[in-house]
Design a protein around this ligand. Structure first.
Ligand code: 3UK
Length: 552
């Protein structure tokens, strides 16, 4: 791969890129977008926004404070200066950021990049052992930690890693250091567009985390593809949502995309469904970003006279608290048609579903407005290509299930990891999902490829059974897996969270089984049904199907 001259003094990241022949094919962005050779994505984003909307425009909002674009620019300059002068951070060094969604966490992201360093993001709930793994792989020199995360980071005991609190009481705290720093403008390091800007660790449900390396230009490419062509935000939008800034879904949708157009973003410490509803009302939110489970949980809380179940379709009464909502985005897991319809009935808003991956930074298949086909993820985002292939790289005919393969302006580059050869094959990124493409070019999610259930010789996609269960009004959440079975190989087994007023008894299980048989091919019905108080989920909200096996 011909890379431009690097501005990194420490070449750690570039030295650990996969060998040339292991890269996927990269496509130029849509509309002939070309990025300058020297590009710092942080200063580029901020300078463009400042030029477009001015320094006084509100940018980051939390429950206690509001920062303008000028505030964010100034404080991220100070952070960069403190990193360089107090901690000796050099271009190319790795700086870990661990904190809840907040203006200071966002400012750290910009400050680290302005200093030319590489951001390593993690979700704030990580424990010391997990931090130790990630910080060890990325050889982190400084960890910027919100109070609450600093103890875990210190306990991680990573050699050579200095832990600095952000928003703590001591005089060594980053916020205090910033207040003491010179008020001069920090000249952002003029990185190369293909210098590594960030290392994002996969939220993968099993195994050792993989560090995904993304360039400065990649950060802009996700805005120039998905945000510009599908989400289409404007400067008047107010964003909020639940995904952490340490997860690329949240980083893109709650920080990059609003700043790309000069909009504002409400950063919530806790993005629980009730907190989201409250924030939408309090701040007049127009763009809401969260995962399918949270949309279902919010539906159960809305004042719409129960428009959420199958019977209550059509335009029910709309909850006045959500009247400012203009756009809703869902990713992380498949969005069932039923959830989509219930949300539209309750709010009037058509949720934009989109599949993204940490390896590819953000969303590459999606649809908005009248292009949406409920239950389908959508079509390739402009700038991206998607295909259904078999393991040898041959195309699978439309209408038949196969492996989802994609390529676009961003590609998978694991940090020194052999699993690169599993994710990237034949020049394509294989996401690990089984999909069907229909003759209109729409992509329909089936299951994670390793989650396909094989029972008595039939292939059954767990999510299809889950979606059928979710259509029953008594079902809040459902997870379906294949349990080992001597007769059938695997037994379709459902784990169900019931609404509080429904009895967890044999008759309910029978009713759910009959309900599923009436809606999808009867051989797919769950032969075993277990009622559980909640489903196991990752820090990023994904159902951990492998953990269901240990539940009964
Ligand atoms: C699954 C979906 C069906 C799918 C992510 C938006 O989820 C993100 O990244 P991860 O690395 O996981 C990737 C995997 O998650 N998935 C995500 N979205 C959907 N499945 N429909 C969807 N809409 O298995 C994929 O391979 O945690 C999502 C933006 C950035 C992200 N990192």
């Amino acid at each position: 791969m011909d890379l431009l001259p690097s501005a990194h003094v420490d070449s750690f990241a570039r030295d650990r890129l996969p060998a040339d022949h292991r890269w996927p094919v990269l496509l130029p962005g849509p509309d002939g977008v070309r990025y300058p050779d020297r590009l710092n994505c942080a200063s580029h984003l901020l300078d463009s926004a400042l030029a477009a909307v001015g320094p006084d425009r509100r940018c980051l909002i939390s429950d206690t404070e509001t920062w303008s674009y000028g505030d964010l620019d100034r404080r991220s300059d100070q952070i960069a200066e403190v990193l360089v002068s107090d901690f000796g951070v050099l271009p190319g060094h790795r700086v870990l950021i661990c904190g809840p969604n907040s203006p200071w966490t966002a400012a750290c992201w910009f400050g680290v990049l302005k200093a030319g360093a590489v951001v390593v993001t993690v979700v704030p709930v990580l424990r010391s052992e997990e931090i130790a793994t990630v910080a060890g792989i990325a050889e982190v020199s400084v960890a910027l930690c919100a109070p609450g995360c600093d103890a875990e980071a210190a306990a991680a005991g990573v050699a050579g890693m200095r832990v600095v609190t952000v928003g703590g009481p001591g005089p060594d705290d980053l916020v205090h250091r910033c207040a003491r720093s010179s008020q001069r403008k920090f000249e952002a390091v003029q990185t190369s567009q293909d210098d590594v800007a960030m290392i994002a660790f996969t939220s993968g449900t099993t195994g050792r985390p993989k560090g995904c390396m993304h360039f400065h230009r990649d950060v802009l490419a996700i805005a120039d593809t998905f945000a510009k062509h599908v989400l289409k935000p404007t400067a008047d939008d107010v964003f909020t949502g639940s995904p952490p800034l340490g997860f690329t879904f949240g980083l893109g949708a709650l920080l990059i995309f609003p700043l790309y157009v000069g909009a504002s973003t409400v950063l919530l410490h806790r993005g629980s469904p009730d907190a989201l509803l409250a924030a939408v009302e309090k701040h007049g939110v127009t763009v809401l970003v969260t995962a399918p489970t949270a949309y279902r949980a919010m539906l159960a809380m809305l004042n719409t006279g129960g428009a959420a179940s199958e019977s209550g379709s059509g335009d029910g009464a709309r909850d006045p608290r959500l009247r400012t909502l203009r756009r809703c985005l869902s990713a992380g897991e498949a969005l069932p048609a039923e959830t989509w319809r219930a949300w539209q009935a309750a709010t009037g808003v058509k949720i934009i579903d989109g599949i993204g991956a940490t390896e590819l930074l953000h969303i590459f298949i999606s649809a908005a407005d009248d292009d949406i086909r409920p239950g389908s993820t959508g079509r390739p985002v402009p700038g991206w290509q998607a295909a259904i292939l078999d393991a040898d790289g041959n195309p699978v005919p439309d209408g038949e299930p196969g492996l989802l393969a994609v390529r676009g302006p961003v590609g998978c580059r694991y940090l020194a990891d052999e699993r690169q050869t599993t994710y990237v094959r034949h020049g394509w990124n294989y996401t690990g999902d089984t999909y069907i493409r229909d003759e209109d070019g729409y992509f329909w999610y089936q299951a994670r490829s390793d989650d396909m259930i094989i029972s008595s010789g039939y292939n059954i996609a767990g999510p299809e059974v889950e979606n059928a269960l979710l259509r029953h009004p008594a079902v809040l959440e459902a997870g379906v897996i294949g349990m080992p079975d001597p007769d059938r190989g695997q037994l379709v087994t459902a784990f169900v969270v019931l609404r509080p007023d429904t009895p967890a008894e044999e008759s309910t299980a029978k009713e759910l089984q009959e309900f599923v048989k009436m809606r999808i091919a009867p051989y797919k019905y769950p032969r075993a049904v277990h009622f559980v108080p909640e489903l196991p989920r990752t820090a990023t909200g994904k159902l951990q199907r492998f953990r269901l096996r240990d539940l009964p």
